[in-house]
Design a protein around this ligand. Structure first.
Ligand SMILES: [Zn+2]
Length: 316
């Protein structure tokens, strides 16, 4: 710049003045220009801010939609990913809370380890194999309380029950209240006779018995003592499916409605059924329900404390 002005001074004074004027104009233009540019910049920032504000508002409903979609995934994905999305955290938490009961239901169902004991009376019969086929399909074991004449008639079925790991129980001989309950001796005698048949067929004896129509009112205290002294374990039931009465799918509904009332009881849940055609036909329905609702189905074991009506009444 210095050299340039010095060179100008060598020229005419008019020319020097003209150059200075040009420089002044350039300077003014520069100053004005930068001021204007700043103004534009300021406006742009304002506009940008405003635009962002609008966009945010527009984006909000999208956020809602997104969190809904995420919610489905949240049920599966870990908590870590939800922490990352800090903006959506609150909403996510609310949604996650909605999902919790579903998990809770499953968790408590599993923790309670709900067990049901399926029992079939009055067999064996023509439907024994069908019942065992269903039990096999569902991979569950059950308990059969059998009558002596039927065991002798359907020996292969008794053998199969034994082979496939079901529990074998006795139900007497006559199934006639007037005969079996004539005295404590007649009760014991019928059970012993049935046990002999079982031993003849399977080589095994059993301690499990269920007397016809259950222990009440026929099995008076001295009757109960008599079978106990003989080493028998007398079992009643907690749920009467009433399959013998309904002879229809209604017995499944009946059993389920009783089962729902027993969810918080601690004693074993024993379902009474009979070896009937209609019972077999609707058995998968009952087993489906039990499986879906977290119930485990087991056979009655010798070392278990038997469920009897007297115990049930005292407990409830
Ligand atoms: Zn019976």
């Amino acid at each position: 710049m210095k050299g340039y002005i010095g060179e100008a001074r060598k020229n005419a004074g008019k020319r020097e003045a003209a150059v200075l004027l040009v420089l002044a104009v350039i300077g003014l233009v520069f100053i004005f220009g930068s001021w204007h540019a700043n103004k534009i910049k300021a406006t742009t920032l304002e506009e940008k801010h405003y635009t962002e504000k609008i966009q945010k508002e527009k984006y909000d409903p999208k956020l809602k939609g997104a969190s809904k979609q995420n919610d489905k995934e949240k049920k599966v994905t870990s908590k870590v990913s939800s922490k990352r999305v800090s903006e959506k955290q609150k909403k996510t938490k609310e949604k996650a809370a909605d999902a919790v009961p579903v998990h809770k239901k499953t968790a408590t169902g599993q923790n309670q380890a709900k067990t049901v004991y399926l029992t079939f009376d009055d067999g064996p019969s023509r439907v024994s194999n069908g019942i065992m086929d269903v039990l096999k399909k569902y991979q569950v074991k059950a308990t059969f309380f059998m009558l002596e004449p039927n065991m002798l008639q359907f020996q292969d079925q008794v053998k199969r029950m034994n082979r496939e790991g079901h529990s074998l129980g006795l139900h007497g001989v006559s199934h006639d209240a007037k005969k079996i309950y004539r005295s404590k001796k007649t009760v014991v005698r019928e059970m012993d006779q049935a046990n002999q048949a079982l031993q003849k067929i399977t080589g095994k004896r059993t301690a499990l018995i269920r007397t016809p129509y259950g222990s009440a009112p026929y099995m008076k205290p001295d009757y109960q003592k008599a079978v106990k002294d003989k080493g028998y374990e007398l079992w009643d039931w907690t749920i009467d499916s009433m399959d013998w009465s309904y002879r229809s799918p209604q017995y499944v509904k009946n059993s389920i409605s009783q089962l729902k009332k027993m969810e918080h009881r601690t004693e074993p849940i024993v379902i009474l059924m009979h070896e009937r055609k209609e019972t077999l036909e609707n058995l998968p329905q009952l087993l489906d329900y039990l499986k879906k609702n977290g119930y485990t189905m087991k056979r009655i074991e010798k070392n278990m404390k038997p469920v009897t009506f007297r115990v049930s009444k005292a407990a409830s």
